[in-house]
Design a protein. Structure first.
Ligand code: C2E
Ligand code: MG
Ligand code: MG
Ligand code: MG
Length: 280
């Protein structure tokens, strides 16, 4: 019976492997077409000033509705684009659109934009970003590029030059998903950031777990000491927002304030930014 079971297990395993390979091949094919036809587009998730409750800007999050109508998660298609060497092209399409959208929002509302780690090893990246914001008529101070910790480890010298050039031009740099990498502190010591985004895993457990709360407080202290602003990711409950506000956290982002919305919805929200208080 045990033998039978393991043979069945193997068959199930082989079937799921085949399925996975088939879906991988499908995604690769569909992604090439999607990039060709520019169908992957940014949506915008609100970022809120916790002190005033006012809108501070939006993070652009890429969304892809495949031809079968299903949404493909960005974690999947971004990784696939990286594997296929399509990430530069895809990212450029997204940044152009996002900058055009953001140029319509009243200042000083900001656009946060995710860069892939692979892009940071391109020595012409900074130049291209600066050209794109210039063309869109977006002031550099209103763009904040988000990078994850892993990005900085791979090609540190090129990454450093890229970030230096962007910051010299006035573009802000944020360290995304802070606390989940394995070298968070050495990245902070080595590079200059304008913003740290505390990963949502800490925010989620902060209210219930004393230890998580202490970690969040320490990150806020670190930011204060280094003169870096802090964003809390994954704020889902009013209680978390209130706690973060009382601790001096600058910006909140999460389903409490809203998920990513269309460019039209973002423009409407942006135009009312002075009146709308998003905090619950
Ligand atoms: P990220 O940059 O850390 O983006 C935040 C992710 O958390 C988004 O997932 C967002 O929808 C989700 N999120 C926001 N608020 C909440 C909340 O309150 N609760 C929970 N559970 N989740 C929340 P999304 O859109 O699926 O994106 C996943 C990742 O894909 C992003 O993580 C980013 O690393 C990457 N990504 C998305 N768009 C782009 C892009 O244009 N370029 C690149 N290179 N990466 C992108
Ligand atoms: Mg991000
Ligand atoms: Mg993040
Ligand atoms: Mg992430």
């Amino acid at each position: 019976a045990a033998k039978q079971e393991s043979r069945n297990g193997l068959r199930v395993f082989e079937a799921s492997m085949r399925e996975r390979q088939a879906s991988r091949a499908w995604i690769e094919l569909a992604l090439r077409e999607a990039v060709q036809n520019e169908v992957i587009a940014p949506r915008y998730q609100p970022q809120v000033d916790l002190k005033t409750g006012h809108l501070a800007g939006f993070e652009a999050l890429a969304r892809w509705r495949a031809e079968d109508g299903k949404m493909v998660p960005p974690d999947i298609f971004i990784a696939t684009a990286e594997r296929l060497g399509l990430i530069d092209r895809l990212s450029e399409q997204l940044l152009k659109r996002a900058c055009r959208d953001a140029a319509l929002w009243p200042a000083p509302l900001r656009l946060a934009f995710n860069l892939s780690p692979l892009q940071l090893s391109d020595p012409r990246l900074a130049e291209r970003i600066i050209a794109i914001i210039h063309e869109a008529g977006l002031a550099p101070e209103r763009l904040e590029v988000e990078i994850t910790e892993g990005a900085l480890i791979r090609e540190a010298a090129v990454a450093q030059d890229t970030l230096d050039m962007l910051r010299a031009a006035g573009v802000r740099v944020a360290l995304d998903d802070f606390g989940t990498g394995y070298a968070s502190l050495s990245q902070l010591a080595r590079f200059s950031f304008d913003m740290i985004k505390i990963d949502r895993s800490f925010i989620r457990r902060m209210v219930a777990e004393e230890k998580q709360l202490k970690i969040v407080k320490s990150i806020l202290g670190l930011g204060q000491g280094l003169g870096i602003e802090i964003t809390a990711e994954g704020v889902e409950e009013a209680e978390q927002a209130e706690l973060l506000r009382s601790l001096g956290c600058h910006i909140g982002q999460g389903y409490l304030f809203g998920a990513a919305i269309t460019p039209e919805e973002a423009a409407t929200l942006a135009s009312r930014k002075g009146e709308v208080v998003l905090a619950a």
